[in-house]
Design a protein around this ligand. Structure first.
Ligand code: ASP
Length: 314
């Protein structure tokens, strides 16, 4: 893994993904071994959109590597309200930090921002674009629960605006997977993403559906997502699809006993709480995996140590 910035999962080869996942597993087994690896390192957090898991797990990860964080805080309390551009904000904060994590409502913002900084920048979500560090923790969770090869996965909900979906779908084309995309017609994957996926993976590995029942019994993993109200240009359009594609214990009667249910969280009403206590539920474990994954990722991006940076694949 030799990337200065992590903007989309399209950058990641299978070897890159395995490097991060293997290293995260090592860290997870013995976090104390890396507790002092980055003493004195400062991570800059720039979140222009709300975040709980991503922001807190990056903060925890940096601290568990011995480093610290500086946080721009809320948009309302920053100079953004005075009209400062994103390019100026990142150029200023790179002077305070050794790496940056950026979340922004505009798709493409992370690519643009990365052109203005020399320190590593991680895209923690650019509108409906990408969220590659989420993908790494998703892949880690899939690998732990179902394995990444010979995998049949259903990805359901808001596939149009769901950046976690876009990033995960691209990354999965590195593995032997069958991906079933389940959504109402108005929230299907963007056509350019479908086109890319077909280019990258034999077309037989990609299928779109409007009903879960058709595919549920064949799935190893069901990745459920939230219908993202904040991304709908028209509230009426949101109301038409809100509340669709929910699962409860009755839905899962048709599923394999080994089905793993995931969700990037936050959930609203997509997964009934009665599923939380079943063996299917992996979404809290998935959120917890954010810490070892982000520790591994930060260490790989911040170190010149070739040994832990994999085989040097581009
Ligand atoms: N937390 C995820 C994201 O930031 C999913 C979501 O918000 O629904 O994209």
């Amino acid at each position: 893994m030799r990337h200065d910035h992590l903007i989309t999962s399209k950058q990641l080869s299978r070897a890159d993904i395995e490097t991060v996942l293997d290293y995260a597993a090592e860290i997870d087994a013995d976090p104390s071994a890396v507790a002092n690896r980055h003493v004195g390192t400062v991570l800059g957090l720039l979140f222009f959109e709300p975040s709980t898991r991503t922001k807190m797990s990056f903060e925890t990860a940096m601290k568990r590597l011995g480093g610290d964080i500086v946080d721009m805080g809320s948009v309302e309390s920053s100079s953004v309200t005075k009209g400062e551009t994103l390019a100026d904000t990142v150029r200023v904060i790179e002077g305070y930090a050794d790496a940056l994590v950026l979340r922004h409502p505009k798709q493409g913002s992370a690519t643009m921002a990365s052109e203005f900084v020399d320190v590593p920048l991680v895209n923690a979500g650019d509108g409906a674009g990408h969220h590659p560090s989420q993908t790494l923790l998703d892949l880690y969770t899939i690998r732990e629960n179902a394995g990444l090869d010979d995998l049949t996965i259903g990805i359901m909900g808001d596939l149009k605006y769901g950046r976690t979906v876009h990033s995960l779908a691209y990354a999965l084309t590195n593995f032997d997977t069958r991906q079933h995309f389940i959504s109402p017609e108005s929230l299907q994957l963007p056509r350019e993403v479908v086109y890319d996926l077909h280019q990258q993976q034999d077309g037989t590995g990609i299928r779109e559906h409007d009903a879960l029942e058709e595919v549920l019994p064949s799935l190893d993993v069901l990745y459920v997502t939230r219908i993202q109200r904040e991304r709908f240009p028209d509230e009426n359009e949101y109301q038409k699809v809100a509340g669709e594609y929910q699962i409860d214990a009755e839905t899962l009667e048709a599923a394999s006993d080994d089905l793993t249910v995931m969700h990037p969280l936050p959930r609203v009403d997509e997964i009934a709480p009665e599923i939380d206590e079943t063996d299917h539920a992996a979404y809290f474990e998935q959120a917890h995996n954010g810490v070892p994954i982000r520790m591994a990722l930060l260490d790989l991006l911040l170190s010149d140590d070739a040994e832990i940076r994999g085989d040097g694949d581009e």
